[in-house]
Design a protein around this ligand. Structure first.
Ligand SMILES: *Cc1c(COP(=O)(O)O)cnc(C)c1O
Ligand code: SF4
Length: 353
């Protein structure tokens, strides 16, 4: 067994184990875990400094997950946009393949909480192959995203098979892998995995750091190994109440990621998923953070703040207001708030010219 497989096997999976480690009421958590699964890798568990901290909130079940019943189970309508059970085809050129049904650590705020880790949600080889065949017969698809679940819980051998099949499809231009392994199971990013990925270029990895404390030496090494294999690494952060909903925390995170050559790609507003209400912030919170980052952080380190619209209508970027007035002399707002005139009568597509 490889080191990462041993670590995965040593993960914490029951409320009793949690109760043993921290002073907790295991019985209350049993009810949560009966609906939403629990798994925390040793690496992520060791990052918890005290109950209630930013790491704890992301991975330890909370009774509030059972309270939030107004939101929907599948607000992005993924189950109905799916041409097959394990492919989501929302944009003409991009297909998201759900190639894994389990994760190394279950994030309590997960958008696919209804599915990942639940019994009967494992993805079979046949289902993955059906997804690849769908891509093969749909020429508008240029970009295939391997998602899940955690795609990197599969063996190198299986991953190689999937990647090679995708690479043989002429219209597939780029492949992306969405993974939280660098954060919660860094040992998964082995030299042999990196060697495999570098044979499948252009291949992009999007990882998922939410807090600067997740940037441990092993997590940072995992990112650097990917970057050194020529893999452009992006990061998708979820804006989480009580975890990272302030500008200073996100500024530190994005700055540190950029130094690792990991480019902050998206800051996701929380989806309206049932069982995650205690993580949800208002849009105003995200907008204030984005406005603060704009003045203090390199543009390379600033992600797009996006909302995935309910009903599967797609992601839209949300930006702080910077256009105050258009017209011959437009008025724009600078990062610090002052109003600056922008003389549009100098533009050559000016209708009055
Ligand atoms: C987010 C998403 C994509 C990829 O969108 P990008 O903006 O190109 O990163 C593709 N398909 C689905 C279903 C998605 O949710
Ligand atoms: S790793 Fe991704 S898919 Fe898995 S629980 Fe976390 S957010 Fe959900």
């Amino acid at each position: 067994m490889e080191l990462w497989q041993q670590q995965l096997k040593a993960s914490l999976t029951t409320p009793a184990q949690l109760a043993e480690r921290f002073a907790l009421d295991a019985a209350a958590l049993e009810a949560v875990c009966a609906r939403y699964p629990l798994r925390i890798t040793p690496q992520y568990l060791d990052l918890i400094e005290e109950p209630g901290d930013a790491i704890w909130r992301q991975c330890v079940p909370d009774v509030r997950e059972l309270h939030d019943d107004q939101a929907q189970v599948d607000p992005l309508n993924e189950d109905h946009l799916a041409p097959l059970s394990h492919a989501v085809h929302r944009y003409p050129d991009r297909v998201l393949l759900l190639v894994a049904g389990t994760c190394a650590t279950y994030c309590r705020f997960c958008t696919r909480k209804r599915k990942v880790g639940c019994r009967g949600m494992e993805v079979s080889f046949g289902e993955v192959m059906a997804g690849i065949e769908y891509v093969a017969r749909t020429p508008s698809v240029r970009d295939v995203i391997l998602s899940g679940g955690e795609p990197l819980l599969m063996s190198d051998l299986l991953l190689k098979e999937i990647l090679e099949r995708l690479r043989r499809i002429p219209h597939v231009e780029i492949i992306r892998i969405g993974t939280r392994a660098p954060v919660v199971l860094s040992a998964r990013i082995t030299p042999s995995l990196c060697a495999l990925l570098r044979q499948c270029h252009p291949l992009f990895v999007n990882t998922h750091f939410n807090h600067p404390r997740e940037l441990t030496p092993e997590a940072m090494e995992a990112c650097l190994r990917l970057a050194d294999a020529g893999v452009p690494v992006g990061n998708q952060t979820v804006l989480l109440r009580g975890v990272n909903d302030d500008a200073a925390t996100l500024e530190e995170l994005f700055r540190a990621l950029l130094k690792l050559r990991v480019r902050p790609y998206y800051l996701h507003h929380m989806d309206l998923v049932r069982g995650t209400g205690h993580f949800r912030t208002r849009l105003e919170t995200g907008l204030e953070i984005m406005a603060a980052l704009r003045g203090t952080l390199s543009g390379l380190a600033i992600p797009h703040y996006v909302v995935d619209l309910p009903g599967g209508r797609g992601k839209v970027p949300i930006v702080p207001e910077s256009v105050e007035k258009l017209g011959d002399v437009a008025v724009l707002r600078a990062p610090r708030g002052e109003r600056v005139e922008f003389p549009q009568y100098l533009c050559s597509d000016n209708p009055s010219a």
